[in-house]
Design a protein around this ligand. Structure first.
Ligand code: NSS
Length: 429
């Protein structure tokens, strides 16, 4: 007999039929002469009933421990009181593995659940998030491939910083030292001379010492780089990418979003185009709501939360003062004290999910910037070399995928958006 999935039963396709199901015991309870086993599989949960007259089946159903793996057979019938409106009247149950007493119940602390993430991963909450996450990654690849981008791969072991030295992870590398990549950007820039439009989805690493709700030491980064693009061209693709991701999630993961209590109308509002706002306007807005900040300051996590609470949709912030950004951003020809860059800030307090912009593409400007940032040109020889042979204007960006999942799923901490979060204090499980 072929096994069926819980969701197929709940769709009503098997009413009155005998089915075989495989899964895990989600809940168990006994009342009067009936034992209930709620079965969980990857597609949902389903109530199964064993009546006392069934003898051995009833005895097993009565005793099987939570999270044991089981195979059950029985007849599907409608039952309004069951979750999902159907149940299975059992005539057979086989315990594939009797679980030990499961260490998680609903009264455990967040810290305990993180220590046991390998087990908590089975919870309905994590299952919903992981399904949404899968859809987000799929939508990212779909968007890029449908829009003429080639997928490429960059190394994880690198020789120098992209996003500043303070968050570099150093690792021994034979008789030298290497770093874990912070961003594939410099490698993507090498690819554009042949492929023009490229993207990659890979982990990036940052030795983030601050404990915030939105920083991981290892995060998933979707990055793109495009020849002949300016800042505005890049933002246009990004807003379409974000719209595509959100629409896909709404179309495929509505029940998961609802399970997590997400306000779907907030997501339905995520339609391109997004507003473009200059950095100086952002500073004004921050001051208007009482944040103490002056021109040239970098927005901290708390300030960003306060400001983006007011947003209905994601907002691009452009033209940051150059000293607040890494050396590679192209100065605005109309005002070289600011750069042609953008951050995309997600609404509802979530804040920055994308950083990107136009790159310096002229050799002399780049060399001058590297020096004025106090950096050693020898560390950037590949990057500099790319400006010697047919250099072109170009732009790119990086999307923090875990942050995007956090926002779309409406989670209160980034460590709920990834299965095995890595933070300053957490390397296990
Ligand atoms: O530092 S970024 O703003 N920009 C870059 O790394 C560019 N080199 C990307 C590019 O143009 N190719 O990081 C990009 C995004 C940022 O907006 C966040 O959403 C995410 O990467 N990010 C992080 N997510 C989680 N944890 C940490 N620590 C983190 N750092 C950045």
């Amino acid at each position: 007999m072929r096994s069926v999935k819980v969701e197929d039963v709940l769709r009503g396709g098997y009413e009155g039929e005998r089915v075989l199901l495989r899964g895990w015991v989600y809940r168990r309870r006994k009342t009067g002469g009936v034992a209930f086993v709620v079965l969980r599989d990857s597609s949902g949960i389903l109530q199964c009933v064993a009546e006392r007259e069934r003898g051995e089946v009833y005895d097993i159903a009565k005793k099987v421990r939570i999270e044991s793996s089981v195979e059950v057979c029985g007849t599907v019938r409608r039952e309004d009181k069951a979750p999902g409106g159907y149940e299975v009247l059992l005539d057979d149950i086989r315990v594939v593995h009797m679980a030990e007493a499961f260490p998680i119940n609903r009264y455990k602390s967040e810290e305990y659940l993180l220590d046991n993430r390998h087990l908590w991963l089975r919870s309905r909450e994590m299952t919903a998030v992981m399904k949404i996450r899968s859809t987000v990654f799929g939508a990212i690849h779909e968007f890029f491939r449908e829009n003429g981008y080639y997928e490429v791969q960059a190394p994880m072991f690198v020789g120098s910083a992209v996003e500043g030295g303070s968050t570099l992870f150093e690792v021994p590398y034979f008789d030298k030292k290497a770093y874990l990549t912070q961003s594939a950007q410099f490698y993507l820039e090498a690819f554009i001379y042949s492929l023009e439009k490229v993207y990659t989805v890979a982990p990036s690493f940052r030795a983030e010492k601050s404990r915030t709700r939105r920083h991981l030491t290892e995060f998933w980064h979707a990055e793109a780089e495009v020849a002949w693009y300016g800042n505005e061209d890049m933002m246009k693709d990004e807003e379409l990418l974000m719209e595509h991701i959100v629409r896909r999630v709404l179309a495929e993961r509505k029940s998961e979003l609802e399970y997590l209590g997400r306000d779907l109308d907030r997501l339905r509002a995520v339609e391109a185009p997004f507003e473009r706002m200059r950095y100086e306007r952002l500073i004004e807005m921050a001051r208007d709501i009482g944040v103490e900040i002056s021109y040239g300051d970098d927005l901290g996590a708390d300030e960003e939360r306060a400001i983006t609470k007011e947003f209905e949709k994601p907002v691009f912030v452009t033209h940051y003062p150059s000293e607040t950004k890494p050396f590679y951003h192209r100065p605005d020809p109309e005002n070289p004290s600011v750069v042609l860059c953008h951050d995309l800030l997600a609404p509802e307090g979530y804040g920055e999910i994308i950083g990107g912009g136009e790159r310096i593409w002229k050799l002399d400007v780049l060399l001058q910037r590297i020096r004025s940032y106090g950096l050693n040109p020898d560390d950037y020889s590949m990057y500099i070399d790319l400006r010697r042979y047919g250099s072109v204007p170009h732009a790119g960006f990086g999307l923090g995928v875990d942050r995007a999942v956090m926002w779309i799923a409406g989670l209160d901490h980034i460590n709920k958006a990834i299965a095995f979060p890595r933070t300053i204090r957490r390397l296990r499980p």
